[in-house]
Design a binder for this molecule. Sequence first.
Ligand SMILES: Cc1ncc(COP(=O)(O)O)c(C=O)c1O
Length: 273
Amino acid sequence: MRAWVNGRLLDDPRAPAVRVTDHGFTVGDGVFEAVKVVDNEPFALTRHLERLVRSARGLGLPEVDLDEVRRGVAEVVADQPLPRGRIRITFTGGEAPLGSGRGSKPPTLVVVADVMNPWEGSTAVVTVPWPRNERGALAGLKTTSYAENVMALTRAAEHDASEALFANTAGNLCEGTGTNVFYVLDGELRTPTLDSGCLAGISRGLVLEWYGAHEVDDSVDVLQRAEEIFLVSTTRDVQGVHRCDDRSLEAPGPVTREVAAVWVEKERENLDP
Ligand SMILES: Cc1ncc(COP(=O)(O)O)c(C=O)c1O
């Protein structure tokens, strides 16, 4: 693992490096990105940086210095073999008083790179009873306030599943804790719209561009009727779902296999799309 904090590569990436009063640490006042690395090259870095800027603006943080972020990214992947890895970029409100109010100190920027193991071709998911708030202040932003996702993922693990799927407050299918969801209904590939409150996932956007799907908001019950379900994300790429709650599905099904094949081919051609 390599860690770069506020302009400097740490000698020991596991050493303490961020203040205990950092607003990202005390109240989750921060935004982040997870970027896949293939053969030392960050995948879709430009799209991730655009989303980082959108998230920071949405949360009201200072403007992100993208040259500085790119410098950090280059330094954490340099001079080491990293055939498959993950870069985590975190940008927080910086040092602040101990409550929710922001301080006036500069933001904190952390870039970390580590190896990343591939996921299995298919997995189990559960739906959780807590809704995503598609009208909330954080909807669509990739913030570090992820404790809801932690709870949902813990629930998933209790049911031998690796991902939890949320409905939104309208009862429509939304997204997973760290994934977007696609499904096949009557032969048509579908995914929730961004109005559902889901994150505009980079992988979701690329699947829409490279393969295509109907963006539509269906009730979460659609998962009980879907012929296929699959997850997409930076860490999982395209991953079939073989169990959703108590229901078993063929996975990866024919459409999922097609999408996964297109993904592999296009990813090679487009390391920084
Ligand atoms: C809540 C949420 N939805 C969806 C995704 C998938 O987005 P991406 O494809 O950019 O990894 C993530 C990624 O971590 C996420 O945290």
